[in-house]
Structures are given as C-alpha cells and as structure tokens.
Design a binder for this molecule. Structure first.
Ligand code: AMP
Length: 189
C-alpha cells in the first residue's frame, strides 16, 4: 500500500490536486478538514466541539483527527493506498501516523509538499471564499491565524519528512495542470 502525505499551507491547492492524484494512483482521499466539516454539517457532538476551533482558525486536538484517520484505515478496502490531505499538521500527529502505520507493517511513501508564498495564500483563499462559502475562508483575521498556525505547528514537518528522506517539494504556483504534472513527476520518482 502507498501512503502519501499531501502537505502545504492553506490555499496551496491540496484539495484541487487531490482528485487527479487519487484517480491516477487508485488512492482513497482522506481530508481531515472535509471530515470535520461533514461532522459539523451532520450536527454531531464532535462537530460541535470542532466548529469553534475551526471558525477561529485553530487546530482541533490531535487525538480527534488521529481517531478519524485510523477509522478510515480500518474501514476502507480495495484501494492501492491513501492520500492524506491536511494530515498530519503537527509533529505529534506525524509520530502518531508513523506508529499507526508501523502497527500495520506499513510506512509513509512520500510527503508531497505544495509550496506557495504567504501573499498568494490570502489571494487564493479570498477567491475560494466566493466559490465555496467556507466560514473559515471568509474573515481575513481567521485566514491570518491559519497561516500563523501553519508556520508554528505544521511547518516543522518539513524538516521531519526531510530527515526521513520522504520530502518532495513542488512549486505550487502555476496553472492547475502545470502543478498537477509536477506532482505526478514527484510521485513517480
Ligand atoms: P482544511 O480543510 O485542511 O483547510 O482544514 C480546515 C480546518 O480543519 C483547519 O483550519 C483546522 O481547524 C481543522 N483541521 C483539519 N485538519 C486538521 C488536522 N490534521 N489537525 C488539526 N486540525 C485540523
């Protein structure tokens, strides 16, 4: 099985590129952000707890997302691997993922990192706010907090996956097709 981590700041294009990646490599796409938004939409207790954190641009607790990921690993069958989009987002989550996979005799195949400058993050999210209507995209101070959270809590994963020899960085600036071709090239290396 392949286990790809799709990494990058908010607005880097992870969700946009995930569709083509899962289709080409027969992967199951797991977006922790999407799973959390479905919990909110379904009005679950978990969703209610997550909503305030998400709406403020903060991370939900590690155990919550780790549980969601493990449940998917246990239930999804007939795929050639998984594409983890927006997970891990902290070093603790990366360690939890490593342990979860090692218990299954598996490991992360590669961390595919989409990089864009902070200035472009705000521009891309402002455009997405008009198209998708996500509450956490609508307010500039929330977007700024998500970027700050990314730099503080998530960026250390770059060194983590580099040290493991798994880090593949892709320039996320360009057309959707240009970026997609760069991703495919990195996945085939
Ligand atoms: P995303 O759709 O990946 O941009 O995620 C939207 C929001 O969901 C984030 O700003 C966080 O509040 C929450 N979230 C998603 N994935 C995680 C994660 N791996 N750890 C903690 N919080 C997460």
């Amino acid at each position: 099985m392949k286990y790809y981590v799709l990494f990058g700041p908010p607005g880097a294009g992870k969700g946009t590129q995930a569709g083509a990646m899962v289709e080409r490599y027969k992967l199951c796409h797991i977006s922790t952000g999407e799973l959390l938004r479905s919990e909110i939409a379904a009005g679950t207790e978990l969703g209610a707890k997550a909503k305030a954190l998400i709406d403020a641009g903060n991370l939900v607790p590690d155990e919550v997302v780790e549980g969601m990921i493990e449940a998917k690993f246990n239930s999804v069958k007939n795929v050639e691997g998984f594409l983890l989009d927006g997970f891990p987002r902290t070093l603790a989550q990366a360690d939890a993922l490593k342990d979860m996979l090692s218990r299954r005799g598996e490991s992360v195949t590669a961390c595919i990192s989409l990089m864009i400058p902070d200035a472009l993050v705000h521009e891309r999210i402002a455009n997405r706010a008009k198209l998708e209507g996500r509450a956490d995209d609508a307010r500039d101070e929330v977007v700024s907090n998500r970027v700050k959270t990314y730099h503080e809590k998530t960026e250390p994963l770059i060194a983590y996956y580099k040290a493991a020899g798994l880090y593949r960085e892709i320039d996320g600036v360009g057309t959707i097709e240009e970026v997609r071709n760069r991703i495919f090239e990195a996945m085939e290396k």
